[in-house]
Write a protein that binds this ligand. Sequence first.
Ligand code: TYD
Ligand code: MG
Length: 482
Amino acid sequence: MAKTRSQYVCQECGAVSSRWSGKCEQCDSWNSLVEEAVSVGTPGGLGKKSGGRAAGAGGGAVLNLVELTGAADPPPRLQTGDAELDRVTGGGLVPGSALLIGGDPGIGKSTLLLQTAAKLARGDNGRKPAVVAYVSGEESVDQVRLRAERLEAADAPVQLASGTAVRDILSTFDGPTAPDLLIIDSIQTMYLDTLESAPGTVAQVRGSAQELIGLAKRRGTALILVGHVTKEGSIAGPKVVEHMVDAVLHFEGERGHPFRILRAIKNRFGPADEIGVYEMAGDGLAAVTNPSALFLGQRGEGGGPAPSGTAVFAGIEGSRPVLVEIQALVNPSPLGTPRRTVVGWDTGRLAMVLAVLESRCGINFASQDVFLNVAGGLRLTEPAADLAVAAALISSIAKQPVPGDTVLFGEIGLTGEVRPVPLTPQRLKEAEKLGFDSVVAPFPPARGKSKRTRSALNEHHTKHVTELTAFLGVSRRAKDDA
Ligand code: TYD
Ligand code: MG
């Protein structure tokens, strides 16, 4: 009988401590430590100490050391037939690898995966049908079947099971008949009977993930794990699982909006900043091939009158240009400390843009509430959005609309300088395609013989934020009146 001892594991960050305390010393969350029994010397126990054995002691096999140069084939891919998912994963699922997909409850993770399972199993788009297994720990077989009917996927030969015991999953699939794709919905419902802690705890999630990943590696199966997300938006509990898998995707969206964004957070086999855009309809998720049109929504195709406080940013998400509307509302504040509320952008970045506008353009936001929103539920991370944010802010405080046919992009520095950003031609092309007529942006100086061809847009080259206020027709006097 193996000896057991207690340890306390933070359910937020996975930190292990030998004593209980009210607050996790690692991540400062309260009441997150849960007692777990560990049997000393359990197989697969992560973080096992080397038990006093001197480092470098014998017993192990000698590693086969090779040079960095040498043939390395790109991994084979299991293309899903879902163009968005294939792009986000960098060309399809990789056999023998594990992918974790996280997202708020009800955002559509199970829907996306069931659709994908059906596409692969049917061999849509003339591909060879793949063997796909879908194990649900959250829903009964009947519930999954009902969903499949709604998605018109009920005819697909997907192997479906409801279960939560990892031992059963291993007995079923760990053999020569292992599927090409195994979907586990969700990892938080899975448990290993060799561990004493409850399902959903860090130890169980970590242990179950490890066993399932082992199965995938042994059998060359592509594994997809669904992960729940905490209130703070990270995949619940164990950061460790994010380290164990090869790719992490987030499925995001605003409730009440039909758009969903699939974002690669980590990808060992492809780019980590790609997004896929979907629209949730009554019969499942449909890929959105023109996200700009979606995010600009009712704004129309450009040219129409735009309300003050809005500006269109020509951004890049992953490898694709995306136009989005940035909305600002600047209002005199009744509060001693005015409000700064941001949806879809970085609060610190907003503070910086406000400070630059105050000190370099003399626009005073000190007694104003500032609300900033990226329309359509997209989250922007590019510094290139600075110039469009500044335009929306100036436009709102001066009650002077930004011309509706104009897109903006550019990074703002602390001295008020506007810096060129990557992929300028792609941004211009997308703006042209969507019917915009002019652009306000910094342009990189033409270098040597590779002269930049001008776009069909009316280009307003901007090197400093003061040129932006001039473009918007906001004089210093108007700013003082505001
Ligand atoms: P679901 O895939 O169950 O979310 P998750 O697995 O991330 O928790 O999505 C459930 C939501 O999606 C639910 O509110 C209903 C909605 N939905 C549709 O709008 N259309 C559909 O075809 C389906 C299957 C679900
Ligand atoms: Mg689900």
